[in-house]
Design a protein around this ligand. Structure first.
Ligand code: GTQ
Length: 351
């Protein structure tokens, strides 16, 4: 394979004429656009420590009233992707949102998909499509594209959650916008989704004949996921990932169109090499501490810390405790990559 011609190889007046016509030659850029073997990646393996972020988030609570923010969020920006672009990975936006007692983050809907994972505090809630969803630490709450959602806080003390959105993707498509509306009427019983669909392998009988709603379950309580992980850990050989995917229980497939969610348990003392995958990801520590090697970068993580994983990265995770398990929540863009037919797991890396 020979080296391709560069811009400098061409007469300057020719290049100037191409540019004047809003055109460019491909060949000087071909290798950059389609590198051989592995994509070029600007995303850096990065950790955001919650202990650094929290004081600034609390200060935002003093500096900016909710009316001036609508969503009081500090955004985790991957330095490799340009801070202004507000991307944790090329497709994933991550924010840490603070809501104080009595505050309301008003009702809206938008084209990007969003989820919340509760980091601290209790008494927070989100109303999604007329269902009031309580928010307790570790819970996953879906706000799918086009569904109305608003947040509130009926408890005491601060409530913080992590927002994950496919905003970089939808914004990049020039398809990102929101619509406002007065507060929703709550028209579903509490715990509606989890009561109907959150039990092992059974669904309401009439759902077999009823037209499918795309997002039948909107809240995945951490308590249930954690217990299921512990069950799986007991039957999973050492060295194999103890990992559960969050799915739509009616289809068994991913619960949002573009982003996927899973939870990993690192057993006491466990070190785990994940299969290398074409998807980019964000890891959030729900419980525990340890260290990660992501594409050769050594990162230490503690509870509520968040890490960015580039596409195609090598990832090894080590539990820092020899007596307790460590639990990680994972966001990735695998559902989108599957739909595009480009998702790959490099199984030769699986030990
Ligand atoms: O809570 O609806 O971090 O609309 C960014 C955009 C949170 C939200 C974000 C949003 C929200």
């Amino acid at each position: 394979m020979s080296a391709l011609g560069t811009i400098e190889d061409l007469p300057k007046e020719y290049v100037d004429d191409l540019v004047a016509q809003n055109t460019l030659p491909l060949w000087p850029s071909l290798r950059a656009m389609l590198p051989h073997g592995i994509p070029s990646r600007k995303t850096q393996a990065t950790v955001w420590h919650y202990s650094d972020l929290r004081p600034n988030l609390m200060r935002a609570g003093e500096l900016t009233p909710i009316e001036k923010a609508e969503r009081r969020v500090l955004v985790l920006c991957n330095p490799g992707l340009g801070l202004d672009n507000m991307k944790a990975t090329p497709t994933i936006y991550i924010g840490m949102q603070l809501i104080l007692p009595g505050e309301v983050a008003p009702n809206h809907k938008h084209t990007p998909s969003a989820v919340r994972v509760v980091v601290e505090g209790s008494g927070g809630f989100t109303v999604v499509g007329g269902e009031k969803l309580p928010m307790e630490k570790g819970d996953l709450i879906l706000t799918p594209p086009g569904l109305w959602h608003e947040h509130g806080h009926e408890g005491t003390g601060p409530v913080v959650w992590m927002d994950a959105l496919d905003l970089p993707l939808v914004y990049g498509m020039e398809a990102s916008f929101s619509t406002e509306s007065p507060s929703q009427t709550i028209d579903k019983p509490s715990e509606y989704g989890i009561t109907r669909l959150g039990l092992g392998g059974v669904v309401p009988y009439d759902s077999l004949d009823a037209p499918r709603v795309p997002y039948p379950m909107l809240r995945f309580p951490w308590k249930t996921v954690r217990a299921n992980l512990r069950g799986l850990a007991g039957v999973t050989p050492k060295g194999k990932p103890v990992q559960l995917a969050y799915v739509n229980p009616e289809t068994g497939r991913e619960c949002l169109p573009t982003l996927g969610f899973s939870a990993i348990q690192l057993r006491p003392g466990e070190e785990l090499t994940l299969p290398r995958r074409s998807a980019s990801a964000v890891l959030h520590v729900v419980e525990g501490f340890g260290s990660a090697q992501i594409d050769g970068a050594g990162l230490k993580f503690g509870e509520s810390d968040t890490m960015a994983v580039p596409t195609h990265a090598r990832v090894t995770l080590a539990n820092g405790s020899s007596t307790n398990s460590t639990y990680l929540f994972v966001v990735d863009d695998a559902p989108l990559q599957r739909k595009m037919g480009i998702y790959q797991v490099f199984s030769e890396d699986i030990k």
